[in-house]
Design a protein around this ligand. Structure first.
Ligand code: NAP
Length: 341
C-alpha cells in the first residue's frame, strides 16, 4: 500500500535529518511548516509542503488528509502539550494509522525537569489515542555541543554547569535513522514500544573536551561553572527564561549522574552500533576549530565565565536508566487498528 508520512517540525534539526533518511525510501513525504519559504528546496525535491501551526488546531487538517504515518515532534517550550494535543486530535479525526512521537530521555510525571514532565503528558495522551504508537525518548544530543562551538573555537574553553556527570549522549543523525526504521517498518512491529536510543558509551564533559582536543589539534579544557553563571550567560544571549530554567534543571540532573547510562535500543533495531562521540567530533571538527580571524564577539560573550569555576559535584547518581529497558506501556495498549472514540 502506498504510504504517506507527515513530518512535523520539518525545519528543525531532528526532522531535517529524518527527511534525508526517508528521502531514500519509497514513501511519499509531506512536511508541515509554519513558513513555506523555508521548505522551497524540499518542494523542489518532490516533498509535499503544507503550511500549518501546531498552535492552531484548525490549520492542521489539510496536512493530515490521506496520511498514514505521522512523525510528531513538538518544539521545546511550555506549550508543548498543547501542540501535541492539537496534532493528535487532528490525526484521530483524519484516521491516521500510526504516530511516532519524539519525546525525551527520562520523560515521566515525576521527572526532575519540566520538559520531561510535559513530554510525559503527551506520551500518555498518545498511548491512549487508539492509534498505533511508538515513542522515542532519545538521550542528550551530541549536537547540543554545537551551541558551544564558537566559544571553543575562540577561547579553547568549554564552560558548562554539568558537573562531572557522564551522559549516554547520542548523535541526532542516529535518532533520525532509528525514526526512519520505525516509520518504514510494519506498524504492528513497533506499536506500544518506547525506545530510549543512546550513544555507545556514557562520557563526561572532560572526555568531550579531550576528544575535541585530539580531533582539532588545539587545547580544549572543560571548566565547571555554577548554575547561576550559566543562567546569566544564557539570558545574556537571549535565551528565554523558561528555557534557561529547563536547561538548569537538566544540568542539575546530569551533574547528579542521572544521564549515566546507555541502552542497546539503537543497535537492536537498526543492526548497527550508534555513532561514537569521536565520530561526531570528526564530522563537526570545522565548527570547533579556531578561525584564522579571531572571533572577538564569541570570546567576549563567554568572557564572563572567567574566574567563576564551580566546585566539583559529588551528588549521588539517581538515573532513570534502570527503568528504561524498552518500556512497553502495556496498560495503555489497545487494538491500534480500532477507530478512535
Ligand atoms: N536537545 C536535546 O538534547 C534533546 C534530547 C531529547 C529530546 N529532545 C526533544 O527534541 C525536541 C526538539 O527537537 P529539535 O532540536 O530537532 O527541534 P528544533 O531544531 O529546535 O526545531 C524546532 C522545530 O519546531 C518548529 N516549530 C516551532 N514552533 C512551531 C509551531 N507552533 N508549529 C509548528 N512547528 C513549530 C520549528 O519551525 P520554524 O522553522 O517555523 O521555527 C522547527 O522546525 C524537543 O521536543 C526536545 O524536548 C531534545
Amino acid at each position: 500500500m502506498h504510504r504517506t508520512i507527515l513530518i512535523t517540525a520539518a525545519t528543525g534539526q531532528v526532522s531535517s535529518a529524518l527527511i534525508e533518511e526517508l528521502d531514500r525510501t519509497d514513501r511519499q513525504l509531506r512536511v508541515l511548516v509554519r513558513d513555506p519559504s523555508k521548505a522551497r528546496s524540499l518542494g523542489a525535491r518532490g516533498v509535499e509542503v503544507y503550511t500549518g501551526d501546531l498552535g492552531d488546531p484548525f490549520s492542521l487538517a489539510p496536512a493530515l488528509e490521506g496520511v498514514s504515518d505521522l512523525w510528531l515532534l513538538t518544539p521545546n517550550g511550555p506549550r508543548a502539550p498543547e501542540h501535541s494535543t492539537n496534532a493528535l486530535w487532528a490525526a484521530r479525526r483524519a484516521g491516521i494509522e500510526r504516530v511516532v512521537r519524539m519525546s525525551a530521555v527520562g520523560a515521566a510525571h515525576d521527572a526532575a525537569t519540566r520538559s520531561g514532565r510535559l513530554h510525559a503528558l503527551s506520551d500518555h495522551e498518545l498511548q491512549q489515542s487508539g492509534m498505533c504508537w511508538t515513542i522515542l525518548r532519545p538521550h542528550w544530543f551530541m549536537q547540543n555541543l554545537l551551541g558551544a562551538a564558537d566559544e571553543v573555537a575562540a577561547t579553547g574553553k568549554l564552560h558548562l554547569n554539568m558537573g562531572n556527570g557522564r551522559l549516554g549522549m547520542i548523535d541526532v543523525r542516529d535518532i533520525a535513522t532509528l525514526a526512519a526504521y520505525v516509520l518504514t517498518d510494519h506498524p504492528d512491529r513497533h506499536h506500544g514500544q518506547i525506545y530510549t536510543p543512546t550513544g555507545p558509551r556514557a562520557i563526561s564533559f572532560a572526555e568531550v573536551a579531550n576528544q575535541l582536543r585530539q580531533t582539532i589539534g588545539n587545547d580544549v579544557t572543560y571548566t565547571l561553572v555554577t548554575d547561576q553563571a550559566a543562567a546569566a550567560n544564557m539570558l545574556n544571549r537571549g535565551i528565554p527564561d523558561w528555557t534557561v530554567g529547563m536547561l538548569i534543571e537538566y544540568a542539575q540532573a546530569y551533574a547528579s549522574g542521572w544521564g549515566d547510562f546507555v541502552t542497546t535500543d539503537f543497535h537492536d533495531i537498526t543492526g548497527r552500533p550508534p555513532r561514537s562521540f569521536a565520530a561526531f567530533a570528526r564530522d563537526h571538527a570545522h565548527a570547533f576549530t579556531p578561525r584564522s580571524e579571531p572571533n572577538d564577539a564569541a570570546a567576549a560573550a563567554y568572557g564572563q565565565f572567567a574566574g567563576d569555576p564551580a566546585p566539583d559535584s559529588d551528588r549521588a547518581p539517581e538515573h532513570p536508566g534502570a527503568e528504561l529497558e524498552q518500556q512497553t506501556g502495556d496498560a495503555a495498549l489497545r487494538d491500534c487498528h480500532a477507530p478512535a472514540d
